[in-house]
Design a protein around this ligand. Structure first.
Ligand code: NAD
Length: 414
C-alpha cells in the first residue's frame, strides 16, 4: 500500500476510469480491462550457499493478450507483491498499445533484496522463476524482460533455463539479454534513449528552451542512461539520486563521473563539488525537466504543489498519483506519462524478439533510428489528442491506447 493509502493497482484503475470518461469504448473492452487474464503466484525453493533451503515468492501477471503476446519486465525487489505486479502489467497493456507494437501486457517479479544473495543464489533463484513458470511463457505467448534489479546477465540465465526446459532454441522468449547471447543493439540504453526521444518530439510544444536543466531521481539503468544522454546532448543535469539520496550542483554534474564515484564509494554522498540532497527535496528543485526514474508514487498530493519543474518526464512506472496529476495540470506542468515516456524499453525489446525469431541482427544505428521515428510519431499523436480533447497527456495517451485495444477486440470478433 502506498503512503497515500491507494495501492498501485487501485491507482492504475483510477487512471483507467478517468480515461474512460473521455474515450468511449465497448462494454466488452471495459469489462476485460478490469482484471488480468491470468495471475500466478509461485513458491520458488532455492538451495542457499550454506546448504539451507529458502522459499521465495514469485509472480507473473498476464494482463491482456488482445494485441499480441504478453510482454513486460520482471522486478526483483523487497517490496514486490502481486498488487504491484498487476498494476505494472496493466500499464504494459496500455504502453504497448500507445507505442503501437504487436504486444499485450504482462509483468513479473520476485520478493527479495538482491543485495542479500550471492551470485550463485541469485542465478538459482532466476532459473527457479523460469522452472516454475515456463509452461505459460514463450515467443508467441509471453515474453518477459528486465525491470528493477534484473540485469542482462539475469536475463541470460532465464533464457538459458527456458531453452533447457523446452528445447526451443529460437531465443525469443526473454528480451534484454546480453549482446553475445541474442540481445539487441541499443536495448541497454533504450528506455533512457526513448525518454530523450519523447522529450525531443515534444520540446517545442512544451515551450522548453533549447538547452534544459534536468533533475533525475533514481540513476539505475533507466535514469543513469537518461542522465548520460541529456548531458552528452548539451543539457545540464543538476541532480541525480539513488535509494540512499542524491547529489546536487547548480553548475551541473557529469553523469559518468557520478557513476564512477558511486562504483568506487558505494554511494553518491560525498561526490566532489556537489551538495547532498534527500530524494524528497530533490523532487522539489527548480528545473526544466524532472525525471522520476525509480519507483511508484513519488509525486503525490503532499508534494505536488512544491514541484517547480516545467515538465515531469516519467521514466519510472507509476511515479505520479492521480491527485498529483490534477495539481500539476492546474499549475501548467506537463506530465509526460510513463506509458509514453518510458516505452523505449519495450519497443526495443520487441525489436529484439523480432530479430531472434527472424535470425537477424540489426545495427545500433538502425535500432535507435527506428525507435526515434516511432516515438516521434506516437508522442505527436498523444500531444495532438490532448489538445483535441483538452485534457492532460496521460488521459490522451490512455485514450489512444483504448482506441487501439478496441480495434484489436473488434478484429478478434469478426
Ligand atoms: P534499476 O534497478 O536499474 O535502478 C533503479 C534505481 O532507482 C537505482 O539507482 C536505485 O538505487 C534507485 N532507487 C530505488 N529506490 C529509490 C527511492 N526510493 N528513491 C530514489 N531512488 C531509488 O531499475 P531500472 O530498470 O532503471 O528501473 C527504474 C524504473 O524504470 C522502474 O520504475 C521501472 O519499472 C521503470 N522502467 C524500466 C525499464 C527498463 O527497461 N529497465 C523500462 C520501462 C520502465
Amino acid at each position: 500500500m502506498a503512503s497515500n493509502g491507494v495501492s498501485p493497482f487501485e491507482q492504475a484503475q483510477l487512471q483507467l476510469s478517468r480515461a474512460l470518461k473521455i474515450q468511449k469504448v465497448s462494454d466488452a473492452l471495459r469489462a476485460r480491462l478490469q482484471k488480468p487474464e491470468r495471475e500466478i503466484t509461485v513458491a520458488i525453493p532455492v538451495t542457499m550457499d550454506d546448504g539451507t533451503t529458502r522459499v521465495f515468492e514469485g509472480y507473473r501477471v498476464q494482463y491482456s493478450s488482445l494485441r499480441g503476446p504478453y510482454k513486460g519486465g520482471i522486478r526483483f525487489h523487497h517490496d514486490a507483491n502481486i498488487d504491484e505486479v498487476k498494476a505494472l502489467a496493466f500499464w504494459m497493456t496500455i504502453k504497448c498499445a500507445v507505442a503501437g507494437i504487436p504486444m499485450g501486457g504482462g509483468k513479473g517479479g520476485i520478493t527479495l533484496d538482491p543485495k542479500e544473495l550471492s551470485k550463485g543464489e541469485l542465478e538459482r533463484l532466476s532459473r527457479g522463476w523460469v522452472g516454475a513458470l515456463y509452461p505459460v511463457l514463450g515467443p508467441e505467448r509471453d515474453v518477459p524482460a528486465p525491470d528493477v534489479n534484473t540485469t542482462p546477465e539475469i536475463m541470460r540465465w532465464m533464457a538459458d533455463e527456458y531453452k533447457k526446459l523446452t528445447g526451443d532454441i529460437r531465443n525469443g522468449t526473454f528480451t534484454g539479454k546480453p549482446l553475445d547471447y541474442g540481445g539487441s543493439e541499443g536495448r541497454g540504453a533504450a528506455t533512457g534513449a526513448g525518454g530523450f526521444d519523447v522529450f525531443k518530439a515534444l520540446q517545442t510544444e512544451m515551450k522548453l528552451p533549447e538547452s534544459v536543466s534536468v533533475v533525475i531521481q533514481g540513476v539505475g539503468n533507466v535514469g543513469g542512461n537518461a542522465a548520460k544522454i541529456f548531458h552528452a546532448l548539451g543539457h545540464k543535469v543538476l541532480a541525480m539520486s539513488d535509494s540512499k539520496g542524491g547529489v546536487y550542483s547548480p553548475r551541473g554534474l557529469d553523469p559518468d563521473a557520478v557513476e564512477k564515484y558511486k562504483k568506487e564509494n558505494g554511494a553518491l554522498k560525498g561526490f566532489p563539488h556537489a551538495k547532498y540532497i534527500s530524494n524528497g527535496k530533490l523532487l522539489e528543485l527548480p528545473c526544466d525537466v524532472l525525471i522520476p526514474a525509480a519507483l511508484e508514487n513519488q509525486i503525490t498530493k503532499k508534494n505536488a504543489r512544491n514541484i517547480k519543474a516545467k515538465v515531469v518526464l516519467e521514466l519510472a512506472n507509476g511515479p505520479t498519483s492521480t491527485e498529483a496529476d490534477d495539481v500539476l495540470f492546474k499549475k501548467g506542468v506537463h506530465v509526460v506519462p510513463d506509458v509514453l515516456a518510458n516505452s523505449g524499453g519495450v519497443v526495443v525489446s520487441t525489436y529484439e524478439w523480432e530479430q531472434n525469431l527472424k535470425g537477424e541482427h540489426w545495427s545500433e544505428k538502425d535500432v535507435l533510428h527506428k525507435l526515434r521515428k516511432l516515438l516521434d510519431r506516437e508522442s505527436k499523436n498523444v500531444w495532438e489528442r490532448s489538445k483535441k480533447l483538452k485534457t492532460d497527456l496521460r488521459r490522451a495517451a490512455f485514450a489512444l491506447a483504448l482506441e487501439r485495444l478496441e480495434e484489436a477486440l473488434y478484429a478478434k470478433k469478426v
